[in-house]
Design a protein around this ligand. Structure first.
Ligand code: SF4
Length: 352
């Protein structure tokens, strides 16, 4: 077994040295702040989409102290369009912890890094190994796949038992002298050679000892126990316009897009026509006895998130000068909208 593991590690390192031409903009980066920022931005985001954001963040906040001193609104504006806004909120909290508790110095131990808000086991191992050459193995989708196939493991990766088993195995095959290089290499190997579909088994240096390849199981591992359930949501946005001013509010609920702004929202359990939305108890309560007028036909936009499909419908209405919204709403001009961070679906609508 030790042989099989050593063979695995040696093959990954040799493949990296001789064959790996995958260019990644952060390769070789040693500054923990920059590594952390790139890892947070690239969580669940494609490199091509996330990288321009990374560059804008580094230009605006060259050090963690600069980021910590920025206002929430500024940072959320810069993040706008990246999605998964909890990442942005946690990133700011972590930056402020580093600037305050750690006096601006990035933690240099795995435990110190892992204690930062929004930093999970994968990100902590990536920063610890890339920046400080600490022997901690990364475990992301690519690594799970390569390990599951090579060692022929059919324990589901999304179970407690699976996580424990793969964590232990990932640590056992880690290259202890060059953990940073090895971690990047195995992720690249999973992305380039041992791909989810049609892995390049012919010519793969691991093929001779790869259990999945030898047994014709590459399509069956890794195994997941749960299927992703996607929830459909119907957001009816009302743009209430009072003498050129629009009403917006900050989302404060524990839900998607927390801390971003939006127009008046009436969520319905199914697609709803104008009349249904306008007769909803929430809208009736808001309007009271005030008259209103639809000023433009509704516009529909759909956005796919990982676990939810958002079907948004935007309807413009004019309301009288005497109308007022409850506390929590702001009145802004169209020009002022650019000072607030909005979910991508609203930005798309405004850009139309
Ligand atoms: S032989 Fe195929 S399945 Fe096995 S590690 Fe190589 S690419 Fe992956």
């Amino acid at each position: 077994m030790t042989d099989t593991r050593n063979f695995f590690t040696d093959c990954i390192m040799t493949w990296d040295r001789v064959k790996n031409s995958r260019a990644m903009p952060w390769k070789g980066e040693k500054d923990p702040y920059r590594i952390w920022l790139s890892e947070i931005i690239l969580q669940q985001t494609r490199v091509e989409q996330g990288w321009p954001y990374y560059e804008r963040f580094i230009a605006a906040y060259p050090t963690v102290t600069h980021l910590a001193a920025a206002t929430d609104e500024e940072v959320f504006r810069l993040w706008q369009g990246l999605g998964y806004y909890a990442r942005c909120k946690n990133m700011l909290a972590a930056a402020r912890t580093i600037a305050g508790t750690h006096k601006g110095r990035f933690p240099q131990t795995y435990e110190g890094i892992a204690a930062l808000k929004g930093v999970g086991a994968y990100t902590a191992a990536a920063i610890a190994s890339f920046a400080f050459n600490l022997p901690h193995a990364v475990l992301d989708g690519n690594v799970y796949r390569v390990l599951a196939r090579y060692f022929g493991i059919d324990t589901p990766t999304d179970t407690t038992a699976g996580k424990k088993l793969f964590t232990q195995l990932a640590g056992e095959v880690l290259h202890l002298r060059q953990p940073g290089i090895y971690n990047q290499a195995i992720m690249d190997f999973g992305a380039v050679v041992c791909k989810p579909q049609q892995p390049l088994c012919q010519g793969c240096p691991l093929a001779a000892r790869c259990q999945a390849f030898q047994q014709g199981l590459t399509d069956l591992v890794p195994v997941k126990s749960k299927k992703l359930v996607i929830r459909k949501r119907y957001f009816n946005y009302l743009l209430l316009r009072k003498k050129g001013l629009l009403f917006i509010r900050k989302r404060t609920e524990k839900d998607i897009w927390e801390n971003l702004h939006e127009f008046v929202l009436i969520e319905t359990p199914a697609p709803a026509a104008d009349e249904i939305v306008l007769q909803s108890p929430l809208f009736q309560r808001l309007m009271g006895r005030h008259a209103y007028k639809i000023t433009a036909p509704a516009v529909e936009i759909k956005q796919q998130l990982t676990h939810q499909t958002i079907h948004a419908r935007f309807l413009q209405l004019s309301v009288p000068a005497a109308f007022n919204m409850p506390e929590g709403y702001l009145q802004v001009t169209e020009e002022q909208l650019k000072n607030y961070a909005f979910p991508k679906i609203i930005v798309d609508y405004l850009q139309r």
